[in-house]
Design a protein around this ligand. Sequence first.
Ligand SMILES: [Zn+2]
Length: 295
Amino acid sequence: MTTNNDKNIYFAAKKMNRASHLRERTAELEAMQKTHDSKYIPVYNGRHIYMNQHSSFYRRSKPFDCEYMCFLGLVDDQMWYSCPLNDKQAEKLEKEVDKRFSSLRRYALKLDDELAHIALYSRGLDLWQRNRKFCPKCGTPNKLEMAGHKLLCQNNHEQFPHIEPAIIVLVTYKDKCLLGRKAEWPANAYSTLAGFVEPGETIEEAVKREVEEESNIRVNNVQYFGSQPWPFPASLMLAFTADAENEDIKLDDELEDVQWFSRPQLQEMLKEGYVTISPRYTVAHNLIVGWLEQK
Ligand SMILES: [Zn+2]
């Protein structure tokens, strides 16, 4: 199987070792903090403070006064932590550094690969923690455990980071590919079809169902392409290619438009600005550009 790195799917880890065995070894982690260089990243509602013409996000070698520090992993010998800030702490820090917490979407392409991965990872962890203040089973308050990777309520119900698998697929028919757009997207923006995997469904079944629901196109030869973590707020994008069996598009309510594009047509439309596709940091971009570049 080819790996994400072969396809340069953005946000993949390059160097970070999550060292997950250390999460429960609190004493060992604390001892390591004394002997290792550490980096502490303030995170607020999944956002970071972007600095230095935005090629980096704010972090420092001294811990923040936050309620709980979350161990992300090691980059070489350096320990990386995310520090979830509350409203007051976030406001104070924004004043101190004279910058605002902002969305990763705006700065993704300005970060180097490793920092992009760390920003995405800490965002996903932070959003999960903030959205699970109470136990979904019994409603009592949760507290963080395992260096931020587990939540435990007062009745000892354990919860682990919640991830929602979604499929995204480039469907082709002869020399054409199928792209669609939602009404709320920027004018002329098109992308590959996508949707969430439902309970009891295989990912291949989800691909076939979503494409048929959104476009009336039946597909076969569903091939895995790669995956991309997508914590906006909690998805994991599973990317595929598939062959269409029919050509006649019918829309449902979800998409405003779905069309077939030939390579020369799409290249020309992109060049002239008649159509835009998903940003370079998305796996949809990898799928579309990968197809455009095929001979
Ligand atoms: Zn509970």
